[in-house]
Design a protein around this ligand. Structure first.
Ligand code: HAM
Length: 414
């Protein structure tokens, strides 16, 4: 076939999704237990939303946004992340004066170069606490991250935290860094020169060796931070250090422009080059920048394709599967009524109607191949007797002929 899926946009098949379902259930259970409520926002938004939030200096807006003109020549974009849409939704609903604990999940789109752990359509699950000032909410979110890892059986991970100070700290540092780097423009990669203009803070996480060498003697961000955020960071590390590997990383600046205050990332060396499976932080100014009245905000998002690789949980095997086999000429309507009644009696069992005119032998072979636990067989003989054959497909192979009521009763109690 010459039509293929788009690069970096993988299909997820039933065998992949077994693990996804466990992940999704566990996430929503933990989010729910923290009193957060789900929000769903559209996949498409005005391009302006991401320009004004994620930021013009970020790679996401510069190079990675999937933007199109719609039929009215309005620029719209597939969402690259969830936080901006959540804030937009709350402003639009005029609910900024309330506190919100929200979670969301779904596909995000970034036109990145695909590689292991990096896709153009990927999935995030995120949490946003809105209306909560700096302090206790940082602790609550980090504790939620630890709990999520625990529930998913992830033991080998590291939480990196940093504090980006307030707007003034950021500005003062960026000016000093600019002054320091300007005489060395010929050593800098053009990417970093561009960052120097748009968001000098991002130079700190440059992958260029020459830049990193220069940074060794450059002004240090932590020297511009006042005592209070430094103490805040130390306290957080002290508080959680007996529960996980957590440390301050002063080069952590994050790839989105909207952060101020605490930022954090969770990484695992088992993931290879794309080692961050969770990222987040505080972004108190975003709602004002989007035209709102102002609302504190802090949150994080998990990359589901990445965290799923780390999960140490086996798919649940205990769902009973029953093959519903009909043989020979059947009164179709009656057969479907039986299947309907069985499902009504017990929705947690899988009743797999084979919908086949093949021989009993080949249908039983199929049931064994697909590891069904039982078979219900309706053939000539059963129809004459007005009964149904119940067959145990395990090694014992017991079987019995049952009346309709007894069949329903047996199915109900599986
Ligand atoms: P982010 O760090 O850009 O933050 O993304 C969060 C996570 O999404 C990353 O740690 C990574 O696991 C996953 N991810 C990002 N890009 C890709 C990709 N191309 N392929 C696979 N996985 C990817 C945000 O998006 C913020 N909205 C997080 C946040 C919420 N901050 C505050 N609230």
């Amino acid at each position: 076939m010459d039509i293929q899926s788009l690069r970096g946009m993988p299909d997820l098949f039933p065998e992949d999704l077994e693990k996804w379902h466990i992940l999704e259930k566990t996430l929503s259970k933990v989010f729910h237990s923290c009193g957060t409520k789900e929000i769903r926002t559209p996949l498409l938004e005005s391009t302006e939303l991401f320009n004004r939030s994620v930021g013009n200096s970020s790679d996401i807006v510069n190079k990675e946004l999937y933007s199109f003109l719609d039929r009215n020549d309005k620029s719209i974009s597939l969402r690259p992340e969830g936080s901006a849409s959540v804030i937009r939704a709350i402003i639009q609903k005029k609910q900024e004066h309330e506190k919100h604990k929200l979670w969301y999940q779904g596909p995000m789109f970034r036109y990145e170069r695909p590689q292991k752990g990096r896709f153009r359509q990927f999935h995030q699950a995120g949490v946003e606490y809105l209306g909560y000032e700096e302090g206790l909410s940082e602790y609550e979110l980090i504790s939620m991250v630890i709990q999520l890892n625990q529930q998913l059986g992830i033991k080998k991970y590291k939480i990196k935290i940093n504090h980006l100070g307030d707007k003034d700290t950021k500005e003062n540092f960026c000016n000093a860094l600019k002054l320091f780097l300007e005489p060395h423009l010929d050593t800098l990669h053009e990417k970093d020169i561009a960052r120097l203009e748009s968001n000098p803070l991002r130079i700190l996480d440059s992958k260029e060796e020459a830049t990193q060498n220069l940074l060794a003697t450059a002004p240090r961000f932590q020297d511009f931070l006042s005592e209070s955020p430094k103490t805040f960071l130390t306290n957080i590390v002290q508080h959680f250090t007996d529960q996980c590997d957590i440390a301050v990383d002063s080069s952590l600046v994050r790839g989105l422009d909207y952060y101020t205050g605490l930022v954090f990332e969770v990484v695992s060396e088992d993931l290879g080059a794309q080692d961050a499976f969770l990222g987040g932080g505080r972004y108190d100014h975003l709602s004002k920048e989007l035209g709102g009245k102002g609302m504190e905000a802090i949150g994080f998002a998990i990359g589901l394709e990445r965290i799923i690789d780390l999960m140490q949980i086996q798919p649940l095997q205990n769902v009973q599967k029953v093959a519903f086999i009909t043989v020979g000429e059947q009164d179709q309507q009656k057969t479907y009524k039986i299947a309907h009644a069985l499902r009504e009696a017990n929705l947690s069992v899988i009743l797999d109607a084979f919908l086949s005119s093949a021989t009993l032998k080949s249908q039983l072979k199929r049931a064994n191949k697909h590891e069904h636990h039982f078979a219900i067989i309706i053939g000539e003989e059963e129809r004459e007797l007005g009964k149904y054959l119940w067959k145990d497909l395990s090694a014992q192979g017991d079987q019995e002929l049952l009346h309709f009521e007894a069949l329903i009763d047996k199915y109900k109690n599986l």
